[in-house]
Design a protein around this ligand. Structure first.
Ligand SMILES: [Fe+2]
Ligand SMILES: [Fe+2]
Length: 260
């Protein structure tokens, strides 16, 4: 079995990158199932119902999210679907605590695939999240899946490495997201596939997918809060392909493709 996992889809360029590439990759690589992190799809923040439907049409089977999950008004509708998880480690006081779930098992042609989404501690959104390591321990107690894939959505490479070393051998893949720049450290250790960041699928000439002016202004003028506006230009497509044999991961392959 082969699973394609696409890194943070960002804005219209990201949607076009999915439209142009996913069905071709499915055919060429004989992909069975497609998962995508879609937290930045709608104008850089969230996933509305229209874009959710578009991405389904373009070949995505299942969605993971991140710190931008709740920015769109219809996030409640989107998160009520069977084919999406939002971060699992939410604080009980967080206003969207009751909306959606953070770890789900699906039955794909007789194989039980669990997909889990967690927010790292090193993200600046601690008021909404609880400790991801403790939440992961809880999830593992209940887990009876054949294949378990975790999207660990976090800011620092050290926390992502710590999460990997803590949980290698206990899940089948730890695919990290959020920082939007693909890392070249994909590997399999103790039967767990890992990458520190899958990378971003969206505008190639922006800054992590966003309009450069906004981010440069933030650093030059030391502005704390800014609007993350997706850049509109040529895209990049970032993903990994996981290959399984008898439900054991045997290969992880990176894809980073630029629009011509
Ligand atoms: Fe993101
Ligand atoms: Fe994020």
């Amino acid at each position: 079995m082969k699973i394609l996992f696409i890194g943070d889809i960002s804005g219209e360029d990201g949607i076009r990158a999915v439209k142009d590439n996913v069905k071709n990759i499915i055919k060429k690589e004989k992909i069975d199932y497609v998962i995508a992190n879609a937290e930045n799809t709608t104008k850089g923040r969230g996933l509305n119902f229209t874009d959710y439907n578009k991405l389904k049409d373009y070949g995505i089977n299942f969605f993971t999210m991140g710190n931008h999950t709740w920015k769109e008004k219809d996030c409640k509708i989107v998160l009520s679907h069977e084919d999406i998880v939002r971060p699992a480690n939410l604080n009980k006081d967080f206003e969207f605590f009751d909306v959606g779930v953070g770890s789900k098992e699906i039955n794909f042609k007789g194989t039980k695939i669990r997909i889990t989404n967690l927010l790292g501690k090193s993200l600046n959104f601690r008021e909404m999240q609880t400790n991801p390591f403790l939440k992961m321990d809880e999830i593992l107690k209940e887990d009876k899946s054949d294949i378990h894939i975790v999207d660990f959505h976090s800011e620092t490479t050290s926390e992502k490495n710590a999460f990997f070393l803590n949980y290698k051998g206990k899940v089948d893949a730890i695919l990290c997201t959020h920082t939007h720049v693909q890392t070249a450290d994909e590997k399999i250790r103790d039967k767990t596939a890992y990458i520190t960041d899958v990378g971003m699928t969206g505008s190639e000439s922006g800054i992590i997918g966003a309009k450069p002016e906004t981010i440069i202004k933030m650093f030059r003028e030391e502005i704390q809060f800014f609007k993350l506006l997706p850049n509109l230009d040529k895209y990049q497509f970032s993903a990994v392909i996981l290959e399984f044999k008898n439900n054991e991961v045997i290969n992880i392959k990176r894809i980073l493709k630029y629009e011509k």
